[in-house]
Design a protein around this ligand. Structure first.
Ligand code: NDP
Ligand code: BG6
Length: 516
């Protein structure tokens, strides 16, 4: 099979398999313009352009219909922008034709320089987009404009106004305009609601894609399938069987180079209020009526609305030694770089089960995982408690895996028990399968008009309602982070809290990821 044919088949099979599409009336053909605002920045070069390149090389963006525009204040030429991003595009030099693909892709990019709050730059941008649309002889329904905000949220309102005013006048062509906005979306409930209202005045909810890249991760996307397509999980997934759930994010490096940004936000706004809370929703929600995006998001909102206020005694904050040495961080910063918080869901399924959300920078390892710990076996004739409880672990990254910790008979003549596991390690089980980057998947969703993996306005509001009181107490200095050593597990008090709320650590057992 020729590579062109393979790509066409792959495109069509991915479209057909996409069980979540809700928007079949949206035009999917014709001229597509992707505009990366903040094109000179870190996110654009590290994530947005590489994701676009990956979509291009797999045939999801066709050079005869797509054009990519970079926009920022920095005065650089098209070639200077191309040279900045070239090194970040995944390019397997050993594969034939790869460097040509990079060059072809870069030729699709044009750079426009302008400010974020005056019409001049956006008028110029509109002129360039329109010229592209005219050159492709766009027919009715074929002006598709996707604006990606790789920008600080402070400029979202003015940029939205400029787009609305200067870049949405081609109603003669029909088609659509969508915006993709990044986190942090606000700093607390009020600021987030204000931002939502400002953007909501200009764009309809189906045009707004609030991206949380954790929703694009392979094993996060697997959660619904796992929970609702497997009979064996249905009767187990509740307070009768599950003792506690941990959702953990650890990084083994500090805020390097992002201290200024980070200090304004802290670990709760950076990771917990969005990434980990989104994962919690998928772990805890009820079965949706269908896989339509609105049905799924309705269930996520219900979980968030059932979360009880967080108690101060169920929070441990930390700040790693040396964090304040960063010249962009104030000497007396109270910003946590580590936090453990226990969330309690007040509903029939989860009453009494602690959901422990934990995230930290500069820790001893880099990983993200969900750890579901089951209750002890009643009437345990084998004294299994000594071996540890059953756990179901979903390793989001690195080395994607799911494994279930079980007690089994130790092989041999003796009747003794040991902890072992049923292991589904992706690298081993799905050899040769490339797992797409989260951003790649989510940008493709925006082009297709699928909002399932994006955060709805009411969902965002409910998420801020949970954390805003705690965040205000930290901002006011009423709660202080405990110091911890870089490269450690974080403050010892966090582990104490974990055992206080019921987590029982299994000793003498380590899961070793398979090496392949
Ligand atoms: P940057 O700080 O690099 O900002 C992006 C661009 O915005 C800059 O190149 C700059 O372009 C412009 N800009 C910067 N500061 C201002 C300002 N005060 N006023 C107006 N324009 C400004 O951000 P990132 O690229 O790191 O991130 C973009 C967004 O994505 C942020 O909201 C961030 O939190 C979020 N994000 C980032 C991730 C990452 O890995 N970096 C991961 C997940 C989310 P110019 O001056 O040329 O106009
Ligand atoms: C971003 C945070 O949203 O997620 C960063 O702002 C963090 O602080 C990053 O490093 C982690 O993403 P990932 O995909 O590497 O887990």
């Amino acid at each position: 099979m020729g590579s062109g044919q393979w790509i066409m088949e792959k495109r069509s099979s991915l479209r057909n398999d996409s069980f979540s599409r809700d928007n079949d009336n949206v035009p999917e053909t014709g001229c597509l313009s992707i505009i990366v605002l903040g094109a000179s920045g870190d996110l654009a070069k590290k994530k947005t352009f590489p994701a676009l390149f990956n979509l291009y090389r797999q045939g999801f963006l066709q050079s005869n219909e797509v054009h990519i525009f970079g926009y920022a204040r920095t005065k650089i030429s098209d070639d200077e922008l191309r040279n900045r991003i070239r090194g970040y595009l995944i390019n397997d030099k050993s594969a034939p034709g790869q460097s040509e693909q990079v060059s072809e892709f870069l030729q699709l990019i044009k750079y426009v320089s302008g400010s974020y709050d005056t019409e001049e730059g956006f008028q110029l941008l509109d002129k360039e987009i329109s010229a592209h649309e005219s050159s492709k002889n766009s027919l009715e329904g074929s002006s598709r404009r996707l604006f990606y905000f790789a920008l600080p949220p402070s400029v979202y309102p003015s940029v939205s106004r400029m787009i609305k005013k200067c870049c949405m006048n081609r109603s003669d062509l029909g088609g659509w305009t969508r915006i993709v906005v990044e986190k942090p979306f606000g700093k607390d409930l009020d600021s987030s609601e204000k931002l939502s209202a400002q953007i909501g005045e200009l764009f309809e909810e189906p045009q707004i894609y609030r991206i949380d890249h954790y929703l694009g991760k392979e094993l996060v996307q697997n959660l619904l399938v796992l929970r609702f397509a497997n009979r064996m999980f249905l009767p187990l997934w509740n307070r009768d069987n599950i003792d506690n759930v941990q959702i953990v994010f650890r990084e083994d490096f500090g805020t390097e180079g992002r201290g200024g940004y980070f200090d304004e936000y802290g670990i709760i706004r950076d990771i917990i209020q969005n990434h980990l809370l989104q994962v919690l929703c998928l772990v805890a929600m009820e079965k949706p009526v269908s896989l339509k995006p609105e049905h799924i998001r309705d269930e996520k909102v219900k979980v968030l609305q059932s979360v009880l206020p967080i108690k101060d005694e169920e929070v441990v904050l930390g700040q790693y030694d040396g964090y304040r040495d960063d010249p962009t961080v104030p000497d007396h910063s109270n910003t946590p770089t580590f936090a453990t918080a226990v969330l309690r869901i007040h509903n029939e399924r989860w009453e009494g089960v602690p959901f422990i959300l934990k995230a930290g920078k500069a820790l001893n390892s880099r990983k993200a995982e969900i750890r579901v710990q089951f209750k002890d076996v009643p009437g345990d004739i084998f004294k299994c408690k000594k071996q540890g409880r059953n756990e179901f672990v979903i390793r989001l990254q690195p080395s994607e895996a799911m494994y279930m910790k079980l007690t089994v008979k130790q092989p041999g003549l003796e009747m003794s028990t040991a902890q072992s596991e049923l292991d589904l390690s992706y690298r081993q089980r799905y050899q040769g399968v490339t797992i797409p980057e989260a951003y790649e998947r989510l940008i493709l969703d925006t082009i297709r008009g699928d909002q399932q993996h994006f955060v709805r306005r009411d969902e965002l509001k409910a998420a801020w309602e949970i954390f805003t009181p705690l965040l205000h107490r930290i901002d006011d200095g009423e709660m202080k982070p405990l110091p911890y050593k870089p490269g450690s597990r974080g403050p010892a008090e966090a582990d104490e809290l974990l055992s206080k709320v019921g987590y029982v650590q299994t000793h003498g057992y380590i899961w070793i990821p398979p090496t392949l």
